[in-house]
Design a protein. Structure first.
Ligand code: DX5
Ligand code: ZN
Length: 218
C-alpha cells in the first residue's frame, strides 16, 4: 500500500494569521493544502473565495486541494482554476450535470474531484468514475470543522476503493480524521486524509509538524 498523504484543512487555521498558518503546515510536512469553500447555501456556513486562494497560492509549492461546497459550482470553476487550485472537487449533490461540471474542471487543466455527502451512495459515481482524478468520501456532514467521524464512512471507503479498482484515482476522506481514527481509515483504503481540527488545534504553529506526524504514524 502506498503511503497515505495528509491534507490539513485551513478551515481550522487562525485566519488573522493565515499566511503563517499555511507556511507552518508546509514546513510541517503536509502533502496537500486543503481549502474549504462554502457558500451558505449548499452548506450552512460561509468561508472563502478565489481571492483568498490566489493570495495563498504563492505561499506553498504543495498542491492546493480546493473543496467546493457550493451550488451551483460551474460558474466558479474557472475562477478557482485561475486563482491557482491544483485539484478542484465538487459535490455530486451540488448540481444536476455532474459529468459536465467534471469536464469543465479538466478543461481548465486541473485535477477533477467529486465529493459525496454521508447520505449519498458510492454507486452515484459509477458512471463518471473515468472522469475523475479524486473521489472524496465525506465522513461528516460538510459545513464545519471539529465534528466526529461517521463510522459508516468506512463501509463507503471500501465500496469506493472497489469502484476505483486499478484506476489512478485518489481516494480522499474528509471529516473527523484524528490519530485515533486514522488507522481504521487507512485500512479502509484512503489515500489522502483531510485533517482540520486535529492539525490546527490550539493554533500553535510549533505543534503542526508533530500533529501531522501523529496522523501519519497512526
Ligand atoms: C467540513 C470540511 C472539512 C473540515 C474537516 O465541511 O470539508 O475539510 O475542515 O475538519 P475536521 O478535520 O476538524 O473534521
Ligand atoms: Zn473539506
Amino acid at each position: 500500500q502506498r503511503p497515505v498523504r495528509i491534507a490539513p484543512s485551513i478551515l481550522s487555521a487562525d485566519f488573522a494569521r493565515l499566511g503563517e498558518e499555511i507556511r507552518a503546515i508546509d514546513e510541517g510536512g503536509c502533502d496537500y493544502v486543503h481549502v474549504d469553500v462554502m457558500d451558505g447555501h449548499f452548506v450552512p456556513n460561509i468561508t472563502i473565495g478565489p481571492l483568498i486562494v490566489s493570495a495563498i497560492r504563492p505561499l506553498t509549492q504543495k498542491p492546493l486541494d480546493v473543496h467546493l461546497m457550493i451550488a451551483p459550482a460551474d460558474p466558479y470553476i474557472a475562477a478557482f482554476a485561475k486563482a491557482g487550485a491544483d485539484i478542484i472537487t465538487i459535490h455530486a449533490e451540488a448540481g444536476p450535470h455532474l459529468h459536465r461540471s467534471l469536464q469543465a474542471i479538466r478543461a481548465e487543466g486541473k485535477k477533477a474531484g467529486v465529493a459525496i455527502n454521508p447520505a449519498t451512495p458510492v454507486s452515484a459515481l459509477a458512471h463518471i468514475i473515468d472522469d475523475i482524478d479524486l473521489l472524496l468520501v465525506m465522513s461528516v456532514n460538510p459545513g464545519f470543522g471539529g465534528q466526529s467521524f461517521i463510522p459508516e464512512s468506512l463501509v463507503k471507503l471500501r465500496q469506493a476503493k472497489a469502484l476505483i479498482g486499478g484506476r489512478p484515482i485518489d481516494l480522499e476522506v474528509d471529516g473527523g480524521v484524528t490519530p485515533d481514527t486514522a488507522a481504521e481509515i487507512a485500512r479502509a483504503g484512503a489515500d489522502v486524509m483531510v485533517a482540520g481540527s486535529s492539525v490546527y488545534a490550539g493554533n500553535d504553529p510549533a505543534t503542526y509538524a508533530g500533529r501531522i506526524a501523529a496522523i501519519r504514524r497512526a
